[in-house]
Design a protein around this ligand. Structure first.
Ligand code: AP5
Length: 215
């Protein structure tokens, strides 16, 4: 099954994708994660993407579609994938159709996480993760049980994304409104869009997504 999780920054795409990986053994293809790995490794793609990402703008369509194309050829993605943060433009949506078509696959669902943008600024600017195992925390909603110690692995190192400041978040929201939300009619016309209330609790959102996948 191939599904797209679509929604603005902080809508919960990564949270839900990680859960689907854990609970259903699905494969998560996050262009944001791929780009951050490239930045960290200092690859040519990473060097091009770093400043663009920190400013909250979109990396070029050619780069992200090439990253997705490479990953679709990995053995673990042969049975389908969760596209998290891709596509983000009309050109990327059309590229994904071609990439799936070339591999004899099709898109099953586009799950739109409908959210309130102001609440998202608060969600994003407060989040941080364990630098060792990646467990997610939040300044106000989910502090480690013992201050300064990761609940999962015991590490004392935490990190925040370079683009999780208010200025970048506002730019990321504007990019979503201007370039990503306009691709919804393209998918509406194909009859694959399923809308889920992304402002509900993580558990309620999970349940709504499960209902779509199991229908
Ligand atoms: P990317 O990494 O994709 O970031 P994003 O879209 O901005 O999304 P986030 O990861 O910030 O949010 P999310 O929806 O995954 O929310 P999360 O689950 O973490 O992209 C980063 C950058 O890379 C882009 O700006 C761009 O530069 C570049 N890029 C990536 N893909 C690209 C592409 N295709 N084309 C061009 N450029 C690209 O949740 C957020 C917080 O909320 C967490 O703290 C979480 O615990 C909490 N939370 C989640 N769900 C709930 C809930 N239901 N209730 C309460 N809290 C919740």
């Amino acid at each position: 099954m191939n599904i797209i999780l679509l929604g603005p920054p902080g809508a919960g795409k990564g949270t839900q994708a990680a859960r689907l990986v854990d609970e259903r053994g699905m494969v998560q293809l996050s262009t944001g994660d791929m780009l951050r790995a490239a930045v960290k490794a200092g690859t040519p793609v990473g060097l091009q993407a770093k400043a663009v990402m920190e400013a909250g703008e979109l990396v070029s369509d050619a780069i992200v579609s090439a990253l997705i194309g490479e990953r679709l050829d990995s053995t673990d993605a042969q049975g389908g994938a969760i596209f998290d943060g891709y596509p983000r433009t009309q050109a990327q949506a059309e590229a994904l159709d071609r990439l799936l078509d070339e591999r004899g696959q099709k898109l099953d669902h586009v799950i739109e996480l409908a959210v309130d943008e102001e609440a998202l600024v608060d969600r994003i600017t407060g989040r941080f993760t364990c630098a060792s195992c990646g467990e997610g925390y939040h300044d106000r909603y989910k502090q480690p049980l013992k201050a300064g110690t990761c609940d999962v692995c015991g590490s004392h190192e935490f990190k925040r994304r370079a683009d999780d400041n208010e200025e970048s978040v506002r730019t990321r929201m504007a990019e979503y409104r201007g370039k990503t939300a306009p691709i919804l009619p393209y998918y509406d016309a194909k009859g694959v869009v399923r809308r889920v209330d992304g402002m509900a609790s993580v558990e309620t959102v999970s349940k709504a997504i499960d209902e779509v996948l199991d229908a």
